[in-house]
Write a new protein. Structure first.
Length: 170
C-alpha cells in the first residue's frame, strides 16, 4: 500500500463526530463504528460529555454497533466515558497498531470493510484503520480552548498534504 493510500481516509467529514449522520452510515453500508475517544468524542482535558454527544451515541446505537478504542493509558478516564455512554471499550490501544482494533472488530462480528475507524488523527486512527482494511473516517477534533494537541494535528495535516493525502471534506 502506498504511503499516500495508507494515510488517506475513506471519508473526510469536515466536522466533529456528532455530524456523522445515519444517512452517511447507511450510504457506506456500515454496520459498526470503532470510535477514538480523546479529541474525537471529548476534548482530552474534559471529563463531562456533552448532551449532543450522548444523544448522537443513542441515535447511532440504533443502526450500528459501537466500540471505544483509545490510546489513552488511563483506564479510569476511558472506562468512565465508556460507562457514561454504556459502550464497550479498549484503552492503551497503541494505534497505529492493529491488534486492539482487530479485537473490537472481532467482538462486533462484522466484516472489516463494513466497520469504520472514526477518529481525529491521521497518524494513529486513520493509519491503523487503513492498515487493517477498515473504512476510515476522519473527523475534526473536539478541542477546548486550552488544547495543545491541535498543533500536533496541524503538523499531521501539513505533512500528509505534502505526501499527497487529501484531508478536505469529500
Amino acid at each position: 500500500m502506498s504511503r499516500t493510500k495508507i494515510l488517506q481516509p475513506d471519508l473526510v467529514l469536515g466536522d466533529v463526530v456528532i455530524h456523522l449522520t445515519p444517512s452517511l452510515i447507511q450510504k457506506y453500508n456500515l454496520k459498526g463504528l470503532v470510535l477514538d475517544v480523546d479529541e474525537t468524542l471529548v476534548a482530552w482535558n474534559e471529563k463531562q460529555l456533552s448532551p449532543e454527544l450522548i444523544n448522537w451515541v443513542e441515535d447511532m446505537r440504533k443502526i450500528v454497533d459501537l466500540w471505544l478504542v483509545s490510546n489513552n493509558l488511563s483506564e479510569n478516564r476511558i472506562s468512565s466515558i465508556a460507562s457514561s455512554l454504556n459502550l464497550p471499550f479498549i484503552f492503551g490501544a497503541g494505534k497505529p497498531s492493529r491488534r486492539k482494533l482487530r479485537q473490537a472488530v472481532d467482538a462486533m462480528n462484522h466484516p472489516l470493510e463494513q466497520t469504520a475507524m472514526v477518529g481525529d488523527r491521521l497518524f494513529t486512527d486513520v493509519l491503523a484503520g487503513n492498515r487493517l482494511g477498515m473504512f476510515t473516517i476522519l473527523v475534526e477534533p473536539m478541542v477546548s480552548s486550552q488544547s495543545k494537541l491541535i498543533s500536533l494535528r496541524n503538523f499531521e495535516v501539513w505533512l500528509s498534504q505534502k505526501l499527497g493525502v487529501s484531508v478536505y471534506k469529500t
